[in-house]
Design a protein around this ligand. Structure first.
Ligand SMILES: Cc1ncc(COP(=O)(O)O)c(C=O)c1O
Length: 391
């Protein structure tokens, strides 16, 4: 087979190298402690998997579902939005069910980019953002996110000719991999910028419910004018620990929702009905799981941060998400070399920041996806092999 050129953009050399070293380390008999991939390790709430179980036993649930999602789930999403953000949504025109938020993030560029059109993508950023643009034949303009600006994009720094040519812009707060949050003042600036240049804003709000120390992440749609130029993606998979029976949704601008539904109806026929039933149970049912997730991940965060400080590695406390975005210890300059050295000496996997873009140099991402016992084991191994000069 002669492969299409676009495939070259879809392989990450950084992740491939990490996998190669991981295999080498396991082949030598060292147990791997994976603080790499951000897949929730905690189970869903019992009322969620019971709903799934019950729906699986209903033989009427095995036909093709509608590509928009069931009316019951779309109404539930609109209800959840009102209840959580005080935002009113029309479940028929402003809500679309997805096979995980990534499904929509990957396909939306097909709706608004013609070959060569520009998309403004954050760097560092979650890899599907640029992958979706490339698959649609668009071109990526990377907007740097720097620590000095709180990892928020500098919209005034985007050249006028780029802003004029841009058709879409992706933002993501709480952010993966940067673990920072944004407020409504920032969203209002995004609305102003996007309205001026007629750019579709895609806010990835996958970690809306995983913020620490009492912070409640606002919806982009709470800002006046946002719905006219933007959509917001949510991940039921992340919020309710359902990564294996993936479910997400997108809400907001009805033209964008209609376009995405049109693309998706040519590709898939929607989410398996029992998974939609489980999503309804998750969104409407008891919400204790959210608090439990927050306390589990924040306890892991504190344990890791304190443990790393003891060996001389001081890192910023994440405000949200299941990640720590750690600047390299003193005397280290390359993220990839540092992550490789840690993996070879301790079996602990951290992702080099460069896996998320050029601006990720100088950082590693550490996922809080193992329980405290395993985190303690990882810290012990790090302590045995490293003593950094940051104290
Ligand atoms: C920032 C961000 N957005 C979206 C997703 C996709 O989540 P899902 O497709 O399971 O809803 C992830 C998953 O890791 C993520 O980190």
């Amino acid at each position: 087979m002669k492969k299409a050129k676009r495939l070259d953009f879809l392989k990450s050399a950084v992740f491939a190298e990490l996998d190669r070293i991981k295999n080498e380390v396991s082949a030598q008999g060292m147990e791997i402690i994976n603080l790499g991939i951000g897949s929730p390790d905690r189970p869903p709430a019992p009322h969620v998997y019971h709903a799934l179980q019950e729906a699986i036993e209903n033989l009427g649930n095995y036909g093709y579902p509608s590509s928009r999602g069931t009316a019951e789930l779309r109404e539930t999403i609109a209800w959840w939005y009102k209840h959580r953000f005080d935002v009113n949504l029309d479940p028929d025109r402003e809500v679309l069910v997805l096979m995980g938020s990534q499904d929509g993030l990957g396909h939306l560029p097909l709706c608004c980019l013609n070959p060569g059109d520009l998309a403004l993508v954050p760097d560092p950023g979650y890899p599907v953002y640029s992958a979706g643009v490339i698959l649609a034949g668009g071109s990526v303009y990377y907007v740097p996110l720097c620590r000095e600006r709180g990892f928020l994009p500098d919209m005034e720094g985007i050249p006028e000719d780029i802003a004029t040519r841009a058709r879409m812009m992706i933002i993501n707060y709480p952010n993966n991999p940067l673990a920072v949050v944004a407020d409504k003042t920032f969203f209002a600036k995004v609305v102003e910028f996007a309205t001026k240049y007629n750019i579709l804003v895609c806010h990835d709000h996958a970690y809306s419910e995983l913020a620490f120390d009492g912070f409640r992440s606002p919806s982009f749609l709470e800002v006046v004018g946002a719905r006219e130029i933007g959509v917001e993606f949510h991940s039921v998979s992340k919020t309710y620990n359902m990564a294996g029976c993936r479910l997400g949704f997108v809400v907001g601008n009805e033209e964008a929702i209609e376009a995405l539904e049109r693309v998706k109806s040519n590709i898939d026929y929607g989410v398996f009905l029992p998974v939609q039933k489980a999503g309804i149970a998750a969104l409407r049912g008891p919400q204790e799981i959210i608090e439990q997730n927050i306390s589990a991940y924040s306890a892991r965060r504190d344990l890791l941060i304190d443990g790393l400080a003891k060996i001389g590695w001081k890192v910023d406390k994440p405000q949200a998400t299941m990640f720590i975005w750690a600047s390299l210890p003193k005397d280290y300059a390359s993220s990839e070399k540092f992550a490789a050295e840690v993996l070879r000496k301790t079996g602990v996997v951290m992702v080099p920041g460069t896996a998320f873009g050029k601006q990720g140099e100088g950082y590693v991402r550490i996922a809080l996806v193992q329980d405290e016992k395993i985190i303690k084991k990882a810290l012990k191994r790090l302590e045995e092999k490293f003593r950094f000069g940051g104290l």
